[in-house]
Design a protein around this ligand. Sequence first.
Ligand SMILES: Nc1ncnc2c1ncn2[C@@H]1O[C@H](COP(=O)(O)OP(=O)(O)OP(=O)(O)O)[C@@H](O)[C@H]1O
Ligand SMILES: [Mg+2]
Length: 233
Amino acid sequence: MPHGIFITFEGVDGSGKSTHIRKLVEHLRERRSPVVVTREPGGTKVGEHIRNLLLRPGMGKMSSLTELILMYAAREQHLEEVVRPALARGRVIISDRYNDASFAYQGYGRMLGARTVRALDRAICGRTQPDLTLLLDLDPRVALERTRRRTNRGGAKLTRFENHGLKFQQRVRAGYLAMARQEPRRIKVIATDRPAAEVQADIRKLVDGLLAKRLRFGSTAAQARPAIKKRRS
Ligand SMILES: Nc1ncnc2c1ncn2[C@@H]1O[C@H](COP(=O)(O)OP(=O)(O)OP(=O)(O)O)[C@@H](O)[C@H]1O
Ligand SMILES: [Mg+2]
């Protein structure tokens, strides 16, 4: 049975996830890799409704545990509808955030603790864990500044999480880095306080390395095929 490759992007708000996913996907599509791009919370119709509840500013008070459970409700839907079917078809699936975000935001940021998150994670994600996680690491102060600039240019408005302030974002960052120390083989820390082209080159090296390894050892359909040369018109 073919088994795809599951790659997740993590990092504080404004660390560069969406930017680098876009560039990586361009690269993979040029190589004719069967890529599926998705995001959390969301990625499904039900999930996008839950995302709205979670991210909209002015939602009113929400307990941290409610927040965590809603995240996992959206995640369950995402796994059922998108992630597991794509993996079964041998796709390379790239998700803008996944379960590490719950450990970082609700576990560390909201201080619910890793045990509570892990209990839900075992029940819902089970063995569907990422093959590779790219942790885009940036000082939250710089990240917030970049996000503000993006907002001023007419981009998306600040979300409930971004409005939570620096202390919260710093706990989230520390949480992510602690997880990377615990799982250094899966979670790769990429500093994004550098020119985007440099950051992207590091990301491509890691992803290409993983795809090449699968090509050598696996019978997956998620293999990079050499790009077909474009005909000049
Ligand atoms: N290496 C970089 N140098 C300077 N600016 C960057 C770099 N990478 C991304 N940016 C800019 O930083 C801003 C935030 O990036 P992006 O939207 O990709 O972050 P994100 O992690 O997806 O944020 P969010 O969590 O809010 O979705 C964007 O305006 C983007 O153009
Ligand atoms: Mg983004």
